[in-house]
Design a protein around this ligand. Structure first.
Ligand code: AMP
Length: 190
């Protein structure tokens, strides 16, 4: 199967994590999450981790040039070159999207599409409240979702302007949503 390079966008509680696992199983691409990479750098106390920790604790974005650097390194690794990637949590800003274009240009595989797993705000709030974690008060959830909204809105236009945005209805059962994602990915691969 040809290596496919995709971006996945979706609010917290959209089911993005679960669907990424299933996409990786079905299509064999590598799941690259910048949040996971940064958290593991923090846990192992690398220089990057020390730099990122305070920013992450404050709920802010790590500087573009730092994140662009770790993504460029990761995407040049042989597993991604061979199997493609599903990028999760990156790009977060139009500057990062621009950088991604450059990075993929240099590895010779353009971005195939940006999948936006769309679940309405009220539905994700309900799902998170059901989960019942102590930091999941309705106010904290709304704050995180507002941040996501303001971060992501410019990105959606960025991908849309380039004809790369694919909106996937994230309502319904896990299988139904996965089926919709597969239809889109199959279309991209065809
Ligand atoms: P996430 O798990 O994607 O919510 O990411 C957790 C935290 O890592 C975010 O709140 C940011 O501080 C940082 N982070 C992850 N991805 C990025 C990115 N693409 N650009 C800047 N900061 C990021």
């Amino acid at each position: 199967m040809a290596a496919v390079h995709l971006v996945i966008l979706g609010r917290q509680g959209s089911g993005k994590g679960t669907q990424c696992v299933r996409l990786v199983e079905a299509y064999g691409m590598v799941h690259v999450s910048t949040g996971d990479m940064l958290r593991s750098a923090v846990a192992s106390g690398t220089e990057l981790g020390r730099e990122a920790q305070a920013v992450m604790d404050a709920g802010n974005l790590v500087p573009d040039e730092v994140v662009n650097g770790i993504v460029a390194e990761r995407l040049a690794m042989p597993d991604v070159v061979e199997h493609g990637v599903i990028l999760d949590g990156f790009p977060r800003t139009p500057v990062q999207a621009q950088a991604l274009e450059g990075i993929l240009g240099s590895v010779g595989t353009p971005l195939a599409g940006a999948l936006n797993l769309d679940v309405p705000v009220d539905v994700v709030i309900g799902r998170m409240l059901e989960r019942g974690r102590v930091d999941d008060t309705e106010e904290a959830i709304r704050l995180r979702l507002d941040l996501y909204e303001s971060e992501t809105a410019p990105l959606l236009s960025w991908f849309e302007d380039r004809g790369m945005l694919r909106v996937v209805d994230g309502l319904g059962s896990e299988d139904e949503v996965f089926g919709r994602l597969c239809t889109i990915v199959d279309g991209i691969l065809a």
